[in-house]
Design a protein around this ligand. Structure first.
Ligand code: SPV
Ligand code: MN
Length: 640
């Protein structure tokens, strides 16, 4: 063993392991791959965590096909994945209590005495490091540690950030080879400027699932640009480059003056018009974000996370941090999601997670096909009527079951998917799951008003996070789960970003979940109309109606769009029910959200004024009309 040194957190670490007697756990070929990077910080990290986690074997994964193939095979060999009947398809199961992001045990580590927001789950750094490193100590005994290099964002791009992943899960590494661009070459010459992630699934049970789920921890160490995650396998908790890197990148973006958002990126391509208009959009998990990014006839760049920077021409440019999709499979059926359905049912490299496996064929909820009465699922052998320990019925597939696939495999991949300069963004779209308040689509009055609209997102909770579904939660920019900087500072960086641009994106808001008498008022396909209305607004092709909440579409324009796009007759009655302004509900929502912001510090004055102004507009409308719901026909149309 080499000399012992103390790291910044006061941990004793083994120096010289790679050249010392422990070398037998890593062979010469692997050692050479590390040494070729010629980066002392990488060497130090690797030595430290080999010493700490005590793996039985260490393998380094570069960008070569051979190495990527090795990871794929290892996932099968370790029984973390099993082959399905179709070529290239595999299935992975997470433990029954590890089916979604664990918000309660995900914490940002802060120096003693520092508090950033009542919304952000944090922990004293010293205590947090002690706890999580305690769980990681010896956690890889008898297991193989994979050392992987990826690139967050396109290769050779000024947007991108190199990311180093240490994990004892071949499933995690395999997912990352699908979801992220290769990064070994990016690490050459990158110096200290990278993120790193240490993951261990911990002790495993007979089904190769985390045994000590109560010791699941995901701790974010901003000071060292690293995340430690232990005793979990569900990708939202385990895959470093996904939601863990998102948190580190929000911190970096905030310091450097760009944006890191929980956003899809899509190219809108109205038929018969020879143009593409790029949008980014943020929705809380399981609220239609992926299906918006996949609207038929349009093109997709990304479905989850975007880095957005100002271009030299004064416009916003965005790249997808990822190159793949870790998408919710529930409800994917040939009618609503034809592109994804086809991709999921034809041969290619693809991981299904937490679906039902019946003789090598995957089944999921609402797939448009009958589900057999028995098979293997996340609870083990499954049969109709099976109940969990609390006596609740177990679904054949989990509601948050997912698929992992490369975007380049999809028929609608945009040609600029991997462009190092990204795409120019003309519109931001925000949305949430809201059954009774907001109209299906509107455009904000200005950039500042749009920031307010995004910051005021409220959404009913879903199966994508652990806990009760259907509870209304405030979720600014659909990014709250991932914020690691004070909300006021985050909002300010949004305002500043747009104000620096010559042409800031127009900001829109959609609501796909409006109900009346318990029934949805819109079909899933209607989102294409809202998107193409927004696209037309960007090109000054439609007038609008100015209301207290923003600009809403004119009836004639929607009628024409519904006919042209969906071959449907959109009636005045449809329009009035969907677009009537529910002033009381809107005021109640505003006041709920305002109350939450009141507890935050450092909120920019221009932002807080938006609450006052919108409240005044709504109150005047309510009083002026003398009733709650106002038909859109009662507001005069404007040409703006
Ligand atoms: C989400 O929940 O927002 C996802 C999936 O995109 S997860 O990886 O769990 O974050
Ligand atoms: Mn997401």
């Amino acid at each position: 063993m080499g000399v012992l040194v103390k790291d910044t957190a006061g941990y004793e670490t083994g120096r010289g392991i790679l050249s010392g007697c422990e070398q037998k756990i890593m062979n010469e070929t692997n050692l050479k791959k590390i040494k070729a990077l010629n980066n002392p910080k990488i060497l130090e990290i690797i030595e430290k965590f080999i010493d700490h986690c005590k793996p039985g074997k260490v393998t380094v994964i570069t960008d070569s096909q051979e190495d990527i193939e090795y990871v794929r095979e290892l996932s099968l060999k370790n029984n973390e994945e099993q082959r399905l009947a179709m070529q290239g398809h595999t299935i992975h199961f997470d433990g029954i209590r590890d089916q979604a992001r664990d918000k309660a045990n995900t914490k940002v580590l802060l120096p003693a005495g520092v508090k950033i927001s009542s919304f952000i789950n944090s922990k004293d750094r010293e205590a947090g490091l002690n706890e999580v490193l305690g769980f990681l100590a010896g956690s890889m005994q008898g297991k193989e540690l994979l050392i992987c290099f990826f690139c967050l964002g396109p290769n050779n791009s000024k947007f991108s950030i190199p990311a180093l992943q240490l994990t004892d899960s071949a499933y995690v590494a395999h997912s990352e080879t699908i979801l992220y661009r290769p990064g070994y070459e990016e690490f050459k010459g990158c110096g200290d400027d990278f993120f790193y992630f240490v993951h261990s699934a911990g002790e495993l049970d007979a089904r190769c699932n985390t045994a000590n789920i109560d010791n699941r921890r995901v701790y974010i160490d901003l000071q060292e640009n690293r995340v430690f995650t232990v005793n979990n396998q569900y990708a939202g908790n385990s895959v470093g480059l996904k939601k863990l890197a998102l948190r580190l990148a929000i911190n970096k973006a905030n310091r450097e003056g760009w944006l890191c958002e929980h956003m899809f990126i899509l190219g809108a391509r109205p038929e018969g018009k020879d143009r593409v208009t790029y949008f980014t959009g943020a929705y809380p998990s399981a609220c239609g974000k992926t299906s918006t990014a996949m609207i038929s006839g349009q093109s997709i760049i990304g479905d989850d996370i975007a880095y957005i920077r100002a271009g030299e021409d004064g416009r916003a440019y965005a790249v997808n941090v990822e190159q793949g999709i870790f998408g919710i499979i529930t409800d994917v059926n040939p009618e609503d999601d034809p592109v994804i359905y086809k991709a999921l049912t034809t041969p290619r490299e693809l991981i299904f997670s937490n679906v039902l496996n019946v003789d090598g064929v995957p089944y999921w909820l609402n797939m448009g096909k009958e589900i057999p009465p028995a098979g293997i699922n996340f609870s083990g052998e499954w049969f109709e009527g099976k109940k969990d320990q609390q006596g609740n019925p177990i679904d054949p597939a989990h509601k948050n079951a997912r698929y992992t696939i490369r975007i380049s495999e999809l028929g609608n991949a945009d040609e600029r998917l991997n462009h190092p300069d990204g795409v120019p963004v003309s519109g931001f779209i925000y949305g949430g799951r809201d059954s009774d308040t907001n109209v299906p689509v509107f455009e904000a009055l200005s950039w500042t008003h749009g920031v307010y609209v995004g910051a005021a997102i409220e959404s009913e909770t879903t199966a994508a996070t652990l806990g009760k579904a259907g509870v209304r939660k405030h979720n600014p920019m659909a990014n709250l789960d991932f914020l690691v900087v004070p909300l006021g500072q985050y909002i300010k960086s949004q305002l500043d970003f747009g104000n620096r641009l010559n042409t800031p994106p127009k900001i829109f808001h959609t609501n796909y979940f409006l109900k009346e008498d318990g029934k949805f008022l819109n079909s899933k396909l209607d989102k294409k109309v809202w998107l193409l209305w927004a696209e037309g607004r960007i090109h000054n092709e439609y007038g609008a109606i100015k209301t207290p909440i923003g600009f809403i579409p004119k009836f004639e324009d929607l009628k024409q769009l519904f006919r042209q796009i969906l071959a449907e007759d959109y009636t005045k009655a449809d329009y009035e029910t969907q677009f009537k302004l529910r002033t009381k509900k809107l005021l109640e929502k505003l006041e709920r959200v305002e109350k939450l912001f009141a507890e935050e510090e450092q909120l920019p004055a221009g932002f807080m004024e938006q609450f006052e102004q919108e409240k005044q507009r709504l109150t005047e409308t309510l009083q002026g009309f003398g009733r709650d719901c106002i038909s859109p026909f009662e507001f005069p149309p404007v040409t703006v």
